[in-house]
Design a protein around this ligand. Sequence first.
Ligand code: NAP
Length: 290
Amino acid sequence: MQRVAVLGAGRVGLSLGLMLKSRGYEVVGACCRRVENTERACRLLGCPEASRLEFVPVADVVIISTPDHAIASVAAELRAAGCFRPGQLVMHTSGARTSADLAPAAASGALTLSFHPLQTFPRCETVSLEGVLVVGEGEGPALAAGQALARVLGARWQSLRPGAKPLYHAAAVMTCNYLVVLLDVALHLMAAAGFAEEPARAALEPLVRSTLESVVHLGPAAALTGPVARGEVETIATHLRCLDPQDRNLYSVLGVRAVELARSRGLSEQDACRLRALFEEVTHETVQRP
Ligand SMILES: NC(=O)c1ccc[n+]([C@@H]2O[C@H](COP(=O)([O-])OP(=O)(O)OC[C@H]3O[C@@H](n4cnc5c(N)ncnc54)[C@H](OP(=O)(O)O)[C@@H]3O)[C@@H](O)[C@H]2O)c1
């Protein structure tokens, strides 16, 4: 399988196209919604600007890397135009959606697959999948083809049943997107405490990296340090007093989970009760607010 078509050459599609091109695949066509983005993608991928109705039928691997909501309609449109054929591998890159979105391609005899790299692509063209896990979901022959493609990209592979995809993807969102949100909140607190943005980011970096390393190597319970792990009720009460209502609620929701974790590593039930009471007073208040 050597010829690749990319429908939705944005952050993921363009990156995958470039990675496959660098490994000897021929990108036969690419498109975006906007003309200027299609032009740029085709220039970078070294393919002619052609109609998707022309290049999809000749591709061996069709990557649909549009936003999730557009996958099924793009597949239906291509099926109606007779673009799919038996033996073609048609895949999307969504973490949440299953290969069922590609039913129109399966009806034409194509192998259909969801192929989700567990990696963040904040910009086009910047990502390597060396050592990254790709999670695949689909029927047997499609999974085998997906695994081979992951190997070409230097990625690791795991297949997942369709019903597990939403849970798996929620975990990915918590890890990646919500870590960004937590750090954004932390940077706002640093700013309020008088730190300038750039020094604050630099200051947080070693803390983030060593925390991540501890979680990976020791597991979450052993990695938990700080006032909840030590049962320091007064310190937590001081934090709650200085936060605005929104941040206080976020702090407390996470605090309840931190207490559970700390209990599993030796926090006394007495301290756990006092901390839980502080946090639950805040979350309860937030629920009560109109
Ligand atoms: N970004 C990540 O970190 C990441 C990681 C893993 C998986 N994913 C998954 O990968 C997929 C793409 O995400 P992304 O972040 O790469 O999105 P993105 O950067 O917004 O790219 C989406 C691309 O699809 C194009 N597009 C939209 N509707 C289209 C249509 N009907 N026909 C053809 N092209 C269309 C857009 O064109 P325009 O640019 O002209 O609007 C854009 O080029 C999603 O399923 C996402 O869940 C993303």
